[in-house]
Ligand binder design. Structure first.
Ligand code: ADP
Length: 586
């Protein structure tokens, strides 16, 4: 019973919010129960009248009319409670799911590094389902196992025979005992099966998303083995749950058969001794049979509540995790235009890392200027971008927008300044057009066309069967790496952001197209700010300032001419790349 209280405490907020709905649902449910305990009594009257030979046409008609009337009434109230109660369960599921997704959207990158996607999904599906069961079916089992049970017992005890009732109920305590013993086991087995399901979810997700790499490395066999292991584990854990559940049903039957045997033998004895009418014996046996459901409900109540409890905790565990990025108590409004973006002594270490990804980064980017960030892979370029976007909590140094520390600005307000083209291209299932207009749902056709031109994406569209209406993403046509990059650039361009960030976004396009895109960007973004992260140095040649990173530190800085004059990493790399390009062109 503790488990029931503990679960109700957890969803207490919801029950309180919807108390009117529950009040009506429970009232109708009890009406339905009340109506269902009357027919055996009518039957009893009928049989006794037959035995006494006092049955008249009139009394028979009366019995039939009452029976039909209460059946009709029962139908209506049953419809009402079913709708209200199960509807409440569905509503709870919707409410929590909405909160859960909102929460996920608010979480920072650290959260997504700690929690695995498959596991987050399992919580949003099967766990949530288990919780919603408590608010609908759970309440039904609770009410029926108390009110309906008492109604039936009352009918047996007071209107038939207390002696027969007490005798027949002797085996019943075994049910309560059985429920207690098995309930705990079910709780444990259920938690294990949910965990195994989460793990399986992760494995499947990994396999599906990584299928190309798996094939490329001819690791199908290994992958199948790993999946098999998880499947077998989930299978075994579920089987264990089913095995314990399976003990329940035959156990119930056994106890009831015993109770029926007692009722029938002792009941016949009482009839023969004129202590009971034959009609009463019949209605008693019917009532005894009717006890099955509330007894089962009592057992199932423990079941449902244990599952709900475990699942609620699993969801709550995620809901309790806080984003490390704390919204400021008194946010500063920095306006709609970005005048400057500055890094002051910024150093950052990833939460699960032992070394600094960037160290002592300083630069100031004024409105209308272009910043180039270059350096070897792993030198910290993307980390700088992530700090601009407020994706991780910064503890050392300051990032300032218009002179205000971004920790004092709402995250939403920081991010609205940026149009970000990340290294990995995310396409959403839908048309090319929808993907481009992702950040600006109300974009006009002209705006979309312009963005396409700016990103040099026009030619690609003519190759697509249905042009802008071609479906991409999962199950859609597959775009090449370069096409995805240009689509992503068009997506960023359409929002005409204050700061455009290209994170190695030109790596998969050829030199000529790169020049074309850069020329377009320069033209339309004359008064706006741009940050270009690049591996190919030709992409940053025109930048007002270029910073060169190595092991998270700035080792060289200046414009293209200054850096060339320095004769350091930049100039060597530039000459090297130019040579490669020439050779490639020959
Ligand atoms: P670049 O963009 O120049 O290739 P990054 O900024 O991605 O470099 O990475 C800088 C360093 O930080 C690398 O050593 C990388 O391994 C590490 N790093 C990047 N992302 C994470 C992360 N999420 N957790 C821990 N370490 C990371």
């Amino acid at each position: 019973m503790i488990i029931v209280f503990s679960m109700f405490k957890k969803i207490g907020w919801y029950l309180k919010e919807n108390w009117v709905r529950y009040l009506f649902a429970i009232t109708f449910l009890n009406f339905a129960s009340l109506v269902s305990v009357i027919p055996p009594k009518l039957l009893e009257k009928g049989i006794d009248q037959i035995v006494n030979k006092s049955l008249t046409k009139q009394s028979l008609w009366l019995l039939i009319i009452i029976l039909v009337a209460i059946t009709l009434f029962g139908y209506i109230v049953s419809y009402a409670w079913n709708y209200l109660l199960f509807g409440a369960g569905i509503k709870l599921e919707y409410t929590i799911r909405k909160r859960y997704f909102r929460h996920l959207l608010k979480m920072d990158n650290t959260f997504y590094e700690k929690n695995i996607v498959g596991d987050l999904m399992a919580r949003a599906t099967s766990d949530l389902n288990a919780v919603s069961m408590t608010a609908g079916y759970g309440i039904l089992t609770l009410v029926d196992s108390i009110v309906y049970l008492l109604m039936i017992l009352f009918m047996m005890f007071y209107t038939i025979s207390y002696k027969l009732t007490l005798a027949s109920l002797i085996p019943i305590p075994f049910i309560v005992l059985g429920v207690r013993i098995l309930g705990d086991k079910i709780h444990k087995a259920y938690s294990e099966s949910q965990n195994a399901f989460s793990e399986l979810n992760n494995k499947v997700l990994e396999s599906v998303t990584g299928v190309r790499v798996v094939r490329a490395y001819v690791q199908e066999h290994e992958d199948i083995k790993r999946l098999d292991e998880s499947s077998i584990n989930a299978y075994n854990k579920n089987l264990k749950l089913v095995r314990i559940n399976a003990l329940f049903d035959p156990f119930f039957r056994l106890v009831f058969t015993l109770a029926n045997t007692i009722a029938f033998s002792y009941g016949t004895y009482l009839v023969l001794h004129q202590d009971l009418t034959p009609g009463q014996l019949v209605s008693f046996v019917i009532y005894l049979g009717m006890l099955g459901w509330p007894m089962f409900a009592l057992g199932d109540l423990v079941n449902i509540m244990s599952r709900g409890n475990a699942s609620y905790d699993r969801i709550d565990n995620i809901m309790k995790q806080k984003s490390e990025i704390i919204e400021p108590e008194n946010p500063v409004d920095v306006g709609q235009t970005l005048q400057s973006l500055e890094f002051r002594n910024v150093s950052f270490q990833y939460p699960n890392s032992e070394f600094y990804a960037i160290k002592n980064i300083n630069f100031k980017l004024e409105r209308g200027k272009t910043l180039g960030i270059v350096g070897k892979t792993g030198s910290g370029k993307t980390t700088i971008i992530r700090q601009m976007l407020k994706q991780y909590r910064l503890k050392e140094g300051e990032v300032l927008i218009n002179g205000v520390n971004i920790n004092d600005i709402n995250t939403k307000d920081v991010r609205k300044f940026f149009g970000y083209v990340p290294q990995e291209h995310i396409l959403f299932t839908g048309t090319v057009k929808k993907n481009i207009a992702f950040g600006k749902k109300d974009a006009t056709d002209e705006e979309i066309e312009e963005a396409i031109d700016l990103a040099s994406f026009r030619k690609d569209i003519s190759f697509l069967d249905e042009g802008l209406d071609t479906i991409v993403g999962e199950q859609g046509v597959t775009l090449s790496g370069g096409q995805k990059q240009r689509l992503a650039i068009a997506r960023a361009m359409i929002t005409n952001p204050e700061v455009l960030i290209l994170d190695d976004s030109l790596s998969a396009v050829d030199g000529t197209t790169e020049k074309e895109i850069l020329r377009n960007i320069k033209r339309v973004r004359k008064n706006k700010t741009t940050v270009i992260v690049a591996h190919r140095l030709s992409a940053v040649e025109h930048a007002d300032e270029i910073i060169v990173l190595a092991d998270g530190e700035i080792i060289e800085r200046g414009n293209h001419e200054q850096l060339m004059a320095l004769n350091g990493w930049y100039s060597k790399q530039y000459i090297h790349q130019q040579m490669l390009e020439k050779r490639g062109g020959e």
